[in-house]
Design a protein. Structure first.
Length: 444
């Protein structure tokens, strides 16, 4: 029975992100490494030579849009699945319909959003139909497909990595929305380029988020004499974050991450937490902060506290798994730990010293004694001759020199005086003393 619409029923509002969804390749912004002139995915679409594939990338970069464009431009039946709601029964029914379509010469593209959420049994249900070509499967995922998708299914799909959109890409989309959208193009809207840049930066590479934000901001703009005027107050109210003093690509971005780094180095947890919160409240990507903390753990703590790197890596994974706002406490835990940990830059200094010699002396030969000798020819050339296997000695030490002859006696690692490095320093001194003593004994 056909339902009759009520006279009083309000029309459903279509969001800006939906209204601005591209319908052909020429309208897509970004992903030029895949769909630019003569790029692989573009050639596949234009030649109508589509195979099953996985789109891997962050939210809002066009995974669903590209799948729909492929279906439109290759004249295929397009079916979408949500990994959250679809069960094996529904999957098999659609697969049977696709089989029938194939016999009629109709190709079926099955798009699975968040395919990483499908369990093994659900993924296996697609496999026979992908194998015999009943369907072209396009999966979209924000997670690494190597870990989240069955090997059997993954081996039959080509993986395309979609990149986070740049602020300039998103700015292009926002400007296009103001002039081309069927609703906004009919309005008189005053919004500055600087304000559009704020929205673009706040979106963190997510086009859908940027368009949704613009939609909300214009809806709440001040109207006077038929003109919608967007003010900074309107933007701040809608973003609920003070983004105006923090440009993720500008000087303040680098000033504040520097302040966080130096506060942790100075063992000041209160300042570190403050600068952390400044970044997060301004919309900084938590993954970026987690990466910087990971670098700090090795550069400024290093072997003085070997657990610091474990903490940093675990927090990085936590940020990846749950995102904001929940991961703010994980990052707080990390910066406090780093602030209170014993400090040493000995690993950083060791590499800097070694790299200077490496750059000046790139052609120094590897000593024959520690060269690998897998062939008879190499053995005849004395590769590996005189090699001493440390595990065969009582002390697990040998007097063998491993540096090139021109660098003998060079030292790069100088242990610090805090934490574990006190013990490492003692061990290193013992090793050097043992080698010196036994070399002298061998010379006698």
């Amino acid at each position: 029975m056909m339902e009759q619409a009520s006279l009083f029923e309000k029309p459903v509002y279509e969001p800006l992100a939906s209204r601005m969804r591209p319908t052909k390749l020429s309208e897509v912004v970004g992903q030029t490494h895949l769909i630019g002139e003569n790029k692989l995915l573009r050639r596949m679409i234009e030649s109508d030579n589509i195979s099953s594939m996985i789109f891997w990338g962050p939210p809002g970069v066009g995974k669903t849009t590209l799948a729909r464009i492929i279906a439109n431009e290759t004249k295929s039946e397009f079916i979408t699945f949500s990994a959250v709601t679809a069960g094996i029964k529904e999957i098999k029914q659609v697969m049977e319909d696709a089989d029938k379509n194939k016999k009629l010469g109709i190709r079926t593209i099955v798009f699975v959003d968040e395919i990483h959420r499908f369990n093994k049994a659900q993924q296996d249900a697609f496999l026979p139909f992908v194998e015999k070509g009943s369907i072209v499967l396009i999966g979209a995922t924000t997670e690494n497909p190597s870990f989240e998708i069955n090997n059997a299914l993954l081996s039959r799909c080509r993986v395309f990595v979609l990149k986070e959109l740049s602020s300039d890409d998103i700015l292009t989309l926002l400007k296009r929305a103001l002039t081309e959208d069927k609703v906004f193009s009919q309005e008189k809207i005053e919004i500055s380029d600087d304000d559009l840049k704020i929205i673009a930066n706040f979106a963190n590479g997510d086009a859908r988020s940027a368009l949704t934000t613009l939609d909300m901001i214009i809806t709440n703009a001040e109207e006077k004499d038929g003109i919608l005027t967007v003010t900074k107050d309107t933007i701040e109210d809608c973003l609920t974050k003070k983004t105006l003093l923090y440009d993720r690509n500008g000087e303040e971005h680098y000033n504040i991450i520097s302040a966080l780094h130096k506060s942790m180095r100075n063992s000041d947890p209160d300042a570190a937490v403050y600068w952390l919160s400044r970044m997060l409240e301004a919309g900084e990507d938590p993954i970026y902060i987690a990466r910087r903390i990971t670098r700090f753990a090795a550069e400024d703590i290093g072997l003085a506290d070997t657990n610091a790197l474990n903490v940093a890596i675990n927090v990085y994974h936590a940020c990846h798994f749950i995102g904001m706002p929940e991961c703010n406490v994980h990052l707080t835990e990390a910066v406090i730990y780093m602030s209170l940990a014993p400090k040493s830059n000995a690993c950083y200094v060791a590499y800097q010293l070694a790299s200077k010699d490496a750059k000046k002396m790139l052609a120094e030969p590897v000593p024959l004694v520690i060269r690998n000798a897998p062939t008879k020819l190499m053995k005849n050339l004395h590769y590996g001759e005189g090699y001493q296997y440390a595990h065969d000695t009582d002390a697990k030490l040998t007097t063998m020199d491993c540096l090139p002859e021109s660098l003998l006696g060079k030292t790069y690692y100088h242990p610090g005086v805090l934490g574990n490095e006190v013990r490492f320093k003692q061990r290193l001194e013992q090793i050097k003393e043992w080698k010196k003593r036994h070399k002298e004994k061998n010379r006698k």
